[in-house]
Design a protein around this ligand. Structure first.
Ligand SMILES: [Zn+2]
Length: 362
């Protein structure tokens, strides 16, 4: 199974210069080949790749940087053409120095990428100091993307082939209700919320965004504000992602089967768009959570079962199975059997029961 991890890089001044040169060369190759492709109507990867050799002899500075970076720039471009001809993307556009992402990708061959005591060895750069949290055998690395964020920090995104051991079976099954008030409620009454800090930073993002819209586009202050905004977004996303990873892992670890609603996130987003902007973060978090649960369950050999989204889990009484109209109330009160229960716990119990029932049917 392919996995990815991002680590922070702390390059020396010379290494940082070389990285920036590489970003520039990648942009140069991409733009030059795009121009060539347009003029000659040649879009095939291997035809374009031949041009790199010519370009290298005409432009010696290209030889200073990692050759995989140049090849991958060519691959990205030909992938772009592929997507365009298959109608899944627009025609590739030139990368500008100001607005394109500063990054390049290198591939692993032989021993060109490895880890050693808080350092990562990268082609042409040698050993670069890094946040040392890569604990996988390095012979399985496939490729590494080196990039610089708007705030100037360098990162390496490492994609590798990982062998994952399944988590031990616990014999437990759980029903979960997903919502915008509480992110997750389980049938056992456990709830998971997004951290308060995420909401604080989300509000900060909105303030920074408003500030940005008042700035003049060509000014230094605009660039500065844009950096500040992207840094705040990044901090918010880190906190949210961290929480979602933890929640999904603990649910998958403790249970063999998870029953949940088949939420249509896109639909939810549309509804929320018209209501409160604040909830946009929660709804997109729900989408991410569903993806994480699905892939973690597969990775650790557990099961996820989705209950039809038209099943009225929040209206049925989990005790007597009769249907009550609850509206938007947070407490569910059954007028038939007198059950009083938290609305979301009631829903998650129903999801568990319904999921099990559907599973039993042939
Ligand atoms: Zn009842």
């Amino acid at each position: 199974m392919k996995k990815g991890i991002v680590i922070r890089l702390y390059p020396t001044e010379e290494q940082a210069i070389l990285m920036n040169k590489s970003f520039g060369c990648v942009r140069f190759i991409y733009n030059t080949l795009l121009q060539y492709a347009k003029e000659n109507k040649i879009y095939h990867r291997f035809e374009l790749q031949k041009q790199i050799t010519l370009l290298r002899s005409d432009n010696p500075f290209l030889n200073e940087v990692d050759k995989f970076a140049l090849q991958n720039a060519c691959k990205n471009l030909s992938d772009g053409f592929h997507h365009y001809f298959h109608k899944t993307a627009r025609f590739p556009v030139f990368k500008s120095k100001k607005n394109s992402k500063k990054s390049y990708q290198t591939n692993k061959t032989n021993n060109n990428i490895s880890f050693n005591e808080g350092m990562i060895k990268l082609p042409k750069l040698g050993f670069v100091k890094c946040s040392n949290n890569f604990r996988y055998p390095d012979n399985k690395i496939i490729h590494v993307t080196i990039y610089q964020n708007r705030d100037g920090k360098f990162y390496a995104s490492i994609v590798f082939e990982a062998k994952v051991n399944p988590l031990p079976k616990t014999g437990k099954e759980i029903g979960i209700d997903l919502g915008t008030r509480k992110l997750i409620t389980t049938n056992e009454g456990e709830t998971f919320h997004l951290p308060d800090n995420a909401f604080k930073l989300n509000n900060k993002c909105r303030r920074e965004q408003r500030k940005l819209s008042r700035r003049n586009h060509d000014s230094k202050r605009y660039e500065k504000q844009r950096t500040r905004l992207s840094r705040t977004y990044q901090r918010r996303n880190n906190i949210v992602n961290d929480a979602l990873h933890k929640y999904s892992y603990s649910l998958v670890k403790e249970n063999d089967v998870i029953y949940m609603e088949d939420l249509d996130i896109r639909q939810l987003l549309e509804i929320q768009d018209n209501k409160k902007k604040k909830n946009k973060m929660i709804v997109s978090s729900l989408g991410k959570l569903v993806r994480l649960l699905t892939y973690k369950a597969e990775m650790y050999e557990k099961q996820i079962h989705k209950v039809d989204k038209y099943y009225p889990s929040s209206q049925i009484c989990s005790c007597c199975q009769k249907r009550n109209n609850v509206g938007e109330k947070e407490i569910y009160h059954c007028q038939y059997c007198g059950l009083v229960i938290d609305r979301d716990i009631n829903a998650s119990i129903n999801i568990l029961h319904q999921g099990r029932m559907v599973q039993k049917e042939p």
